[in-house]
Design a protein around this ligand. Structure first.
Ligand code: RI2
Length: 301
C-alpha cells in the first residue's frame, strides 16, 4: 500500500472507524519501510518519521491512529543496523494489527455477557467494537433488538443497520433527533470510542454525548466498547483532544445558504459520569479507571 494513497483514504474517510484507520496506518508504515531503498539508517529514520507525520495529519481526533504510528515508529527505533531496524518496525506493525483484531474479539466476548436476553439496544454511528459485541450477543443466543441512529452528517448508521440485519438482528433505523423519544424503550446504549481521556471522558462520533445525556435522564446504562489503544497518553500529559471539524459540504452545499455560518464538528466528549462501563480487551472497567490503563500502557507520545 502506497503511503500517500493510505493517507488519502483515511483523510477522505474511504477507510474510516478508529480501529480501521489505525490498522491501515500501521500497514502503510510497514510497506513504506519495506520499500525503502538504500543503506542510510539516518535517512531511513527521517523518512519513516515523516511518513508517520503525514499519516497523523489525516485525522486529528482518534488517538488509535496516533498510538499505532507511535508503536510502529518505536519498533523502528530499535536495532543496530538497517536490516534489524526494518525487521523490528515490521514486527511492531504486524503485532499492532494482530493485537487490534484480537482485542475486538475479546471485547465482543466480554461485552456480550453484559447484554441481557430480550434487551433493546441503541447504538450510534458505526463502531466495529460495538457492532461486533452486539453481533456476538445475538450469536450467543440473546434475543435482542437494536435501534441505530442515522449518524449525520455522513450517515455511518447505514453501515451499522446493514451489518446487523445481515446477521438477522431486528434493527430499526432512527434519525439522530429521535433518540430522546425512543430512549424509554431502550435497555442499554452500546457505542464505540475514538479516544478515551485520562479523566475517563469518551470522545466519539458527534451526538454521542447527547445520547448519553438522554440515557442518563432515562436511567439507561451506557456501555462503551474500546480497545486500550484508544486510551490517550497525551491527555495524561495535559493535552486536550482536538475535535475534528470536517468540510461543511458534508452537511449542505454552502452556496444554497448564502450568509449562513455552517459548522461541522464530527466528535464530541461524553463525561465519565454519563458512562457506566468501558469494555476493553483487559476487561470491564469504570471510566474512572482510564488513568490506570494509560499508566499501564507503554506508549510514548
Ligand atoms: P471502531 C468512528 O469514527 C465512530 O466515531 C466510531 O464510533 C469510532 O470511530 C470507533 O470505531 P469515524 O471514523 O474503532 O466514523 O470501534 O469518524 O470501529
Amino acid at each position: 500500500m502506497d503511503l500517500e494513497e493510505a493517507a488519502r483514504k483515511i483523510e477522505t474517510m474511504e477507510v474510516r472507524g478508529a480501529a480501521k484507520i489505525a490498522r491501515l496506518a500501521a500497514e502503510a508504515l510497514k510497506d513504506f519501510a519495506l520499500s525503502f531503498e538504500g543503506s542510510d539508517t539516518e535517512k531511513f529514520r527521517e523518512e519513516v518519521k515523516r511518513a508517520g507525520e503525514r499519516l497523523l495529519s489525516t485525522r486529528p481526533t482518534a488517538v488509535s491512529l496516533r498510538n499505532a504510528v507511535n508503536i510502529v515508529l518505536k519498533g523502528g527505533r530499535e536495532g543496530d543496523n538497517l536490516s534489524d531496524i526494518k525487521k523490528n518496525l515490521v514486527m511492531a506493525a504486524e503485532n499492532f494489527i494482530a493485537n487490534s483484531e484480537k482485542a475486538i474479539e475479546v471485547i465482543a466476548e466480554i461485552g456480550s455477557k453484559r447484554i441481557k436476553d430480550g434487551a433493546i439496544l441503541l447504538t450510534h454511528c458505526n463502531s466495529s467494537a460495538a457492532v461486533t459485541t452486539i453481533i456476538k450477543a445475538h450469536k450467543d443466543g440473546k434475543n435482542i433488538k437494536v435501534y441505530a441512529t442515522e449518524s449525520r452528517p455522513k450517515r455511518q448508521g447505514y453501515i451499522t443497520v446493514r451489518q446487523l440485519v445481515k446477521e438477522g438482528i431486528p434493527t430499526t433505523l432512527i434519525v439522530d433527533s429521535a433518540v430522546r423519544h425512543v430512549m424509554p424503550k431502550v435497555d442499554l446504549v452500546v457505542v464505540g470510542a475514538d479516544t478515551v481521556e485520562s479523566n475517563g471522558a469518551v470522545i466519539n462520533k458527534i451526538g454521542t454525548s447527547q445520547i448519553a445525556l438522554c440515557a442518563h435522564e432515562a436511567r439507561v446504562p451506557v456501555m462503551v466498547c474500546a480497545e486500550t489503544y484508544k486510551f490517550s497518553h497525551e491527555t495524561l500529559a495535559g493535552e486536550l483532544v482536538e475535535i475534528e471539524e470536517r468540510d461543511v459540504n458534508e452537511i449542505v452545499k454552502p452556496e444554497d445558504f448564502p450568509g449562513v455560518g455552517i459548522f461541522n464538528p464530527v466528535f464530541d466528549a461524553t463525561p465519565p459520569e454519563y458512562i457506566d462501563v468501558i469494555v476493553t480487551e483487559e476487561g470491564v472497567i469504570s471510566p474512572h479507571a482510564a488513568y490506570e490503563i494509560i499508566k499501564a500502557l507503554d506508549i510514548d507520545s
